[in-house]
Design a protein around this ligand. Structure first.
Ligand SMILES: Cc1cc2nc3c(=O)[nH]c(=O)nc-3n(C[C@H](O)[C@H](O)[C@H](O)COP(=O)(O)O)c2cc1C
Length: 148
């Protein structure tokens, strides 16, 4: 059994819904999953003791990517999470009408790599609350599970 941490930032609840869909599947595979809202999470040494950290954040910019507010605050302390050597993947809900679809995923992955994390899956980018894309969720979870 692996210990998985999920941290999400979500304004209208879509990325939060995806987080819970992922949680259900990963827990059903026998793993221990902790889900935290970025609004309530303190990044200091947060990744310690976890085998993998999945981070979800919606994007709210127009031309440039702006992270969801709660996650943006959390992200300021990202370096103190102790991500070196930790398995990481990101996910988000977004809207394909915007130039950077689920653009916060790229910011998370790029910074996590700089901090020594090992990226274990392509970012999961969905529209809406994730309920219309069971196959994409399944495939992402399979990638994550294989890497544990
Ligand atoms: C002003 C504004 C800016 C947005 N910018 C982006 C964006 O850059 N990329 C994207 O994929 N979606 C963008 N969106 C869409 C939201 O990210 C999308 O509605 C998402 O489902 C919200 O997820 P949440 O409920 O988890 O916060 C934007 C929406 C608004 C209203």
């Amino acid at each position: 059994m692996a210990k998985i941490l999920m941290v999400f930032g979500s304004t209208t609840g879509n990325t939060e819904s995806i987080a819970h869909l992922l949680e259900k599947k990963i827990a059903a595979a026998g793993h221990d999953v902790t889900v935290l809202n970025a609004a309530d999470a303190n990044p200091d040494h947060l990744a310690k003791g976890y085998d993998a950290v999945l981070m979800g954040c919606s994007a709210w910019g127009e031309e440039d990517v702006e992270m969801q507010d709660d996650f943006a605050t959390f992200f300021e302390g990202f370096a103190s999470m102790d991500l070196n050597g930790v398995k990481v993947a990101s996910f988000a809900s977004g809207d394909k009408e915007y130039p950077h679809f689920c653009g916060a995923c790229d910011l998370i992955v790029d910074r996590a790599k700089e901090l020594g994390a090992v990226i274990i899956a392509d970012s999961l980018r969905l529209e809406g609350d994730g309920t219309s894309d069971p196959d994409e969720i399944e495939s992402y979870v399979n990638d994550v599970l294989k890497a544990l």
